[in-house]
Design a protein around this ligand. Structure first.
Ligand SMILES: Cc1cc2nc3c(=O)[nH]c(=O)nc-3n(C[C@H](O)[C@H](O)[C@H](O)COP(=O)(O)OP(=O)(O)OC[C@H]3O[C@@H](n4cnc5c(N)ncnc54)[C@H](O)[C@@H]3O)c2cc1C
Length: 286
């Protein structure tokens, strides 16, 4: 097996263009498990750990640009202010060791329907920056990035460079059901983001469909009927939960049944909207 170790982004893109079958490795918390269990035998590994710029974050226009290699620990410590939904989700990932090594870019690269960063990225309206040597940069909205189970819009010669996330302008919440509180793959998860300026509520469903996805009909309902100055109407809350549950398309597997997941998505949708709405009204009153 070849082991490619670029030190710059340009070298990394060149290596991927010349050897598209090379498997990128960042924190290795997915890749090494697959190698150890012989799930994959790549002809080459493309180690991105020497490409320092991938570990950077900062504002880029109206977005917070998070380099693909930024680990969950940094999201939690440094980005909880602008990106509270992503930070909440990051706190639930694995253990401290996994949060030190594992990255948001790696979560996107794996594109697992159960990945915890996906729902908050969808709810916030994030955009994934990918690049190839020969075709340049593509900016892919998160809700166009996930194509199937562990399949994304990334082409074989492309690498993920960063994810651009609009800083929060309203409350954001992430909720995850697992068989215990830590070191657990989500049975299912849900993220919600208020966008008060646009009078819009963003959603993200995890581990309850072949891909992470938004609950579009539920978002439309709130865009039409939510009164941003009033307490939450219980009937509207209930319909929101039903539409979120209806947007899920889960399977039965070892972690949970499809029926349980549909139920839990409805519960988490109602809970996260209630939490967010309490914050929203609290802020208005303050
Ligand atoms: C014990 C344990 C617990 C875990 N718990 C959780 C959890 O609670 N929630 C959760 O979501 N995940 C969990 N994971 C999975 C894993 O930690 C995450 O998916 C993590 O985000 C992967 O990041 P990484 O940097 O380690 O990626 P890597 O393993 O290095 O790569 C993951 C995938 O992304 C690709 N990739 C990496 N970087 C790039 C790039 N720049 N461009 C293109 N492709 C790229 C790789 O080729 C690979 O396919 C757990 C894993 C372990 C081992």
């Amino acid at each position: 097996m070849d082991f490619l170790r670029p030190t710059t982004w340009e070298e990394a893109l060149a290596a991927k263009a010349d050897q598209p079958e090379a498997v990128p490795i960042q924190g290795g918390t997915d890749v090494m498990v697959e190698l150890n269990f012989d799930v994959r035998r790549p002809v080459a590994l493309l180690d991105l750990n020497r490409v320092a710029e991938l570990r950077e974050w900062g504002m880029a226009g109206a977005y917070c640009r998070v380099g693909a290699a930024v680990p969950y620990a940094a999201v939690i410590e440094e980005l909880a202010g602008p990106l509270p939904g992503l930070a909440q989700a990051s706190r639930t990932v694995g253990s401290p060791q996994i949060r030190n090594r594992g990255s948001v870019g790696g979560n996107l690269g794996a594109a697992s329907p159960a990945g915890d960063s996906h729902p908050p990225l969808l709810a916030a309206g994030a955009v994934v920056e990918v690049e190839s040597r020969d075709r340049g940069v593509r900016m892919i909205p998160a809700d166009e990035f996930y194509l199937g189970v562990k399949r994304s819009a990334l082409e074989p010669d492309e690498l993920i460079r960063a994810v651009h996330v609009p800083p929060a302008t309203g409350a954001q919440y992430f909720s995850k059901v697992g068989t215990r509180n830590a070191m657990v793959i989500a049975v299912c998860s849900f993220a919600l983001a208020l966008h008060p300026g646009e009078r819009r509520v963003g959603t993200g469903i995890g581990s309850a469909a072949p891909t992470p996805r938004r609950a579009l009909e539920a978002e439309d309902l709130l865009a039409r009927e939510l009164d941003w100055a009033a307490p939450l109407d219980p009937a509207l809350l209930s319909r929101f939960g039903e539409l979120c549950a209806r947007a899920a398309a889960p399977i039965d597997d070892v972690r949970g049944t499809a029926a349980y997941r549909v139920h839990a998505i409805g519960v988490m949708a109602r809970r996260t909207l209630t939490w967010a709405w309490n914050d929203h009204l609290g802020k208005r009153a303050a």
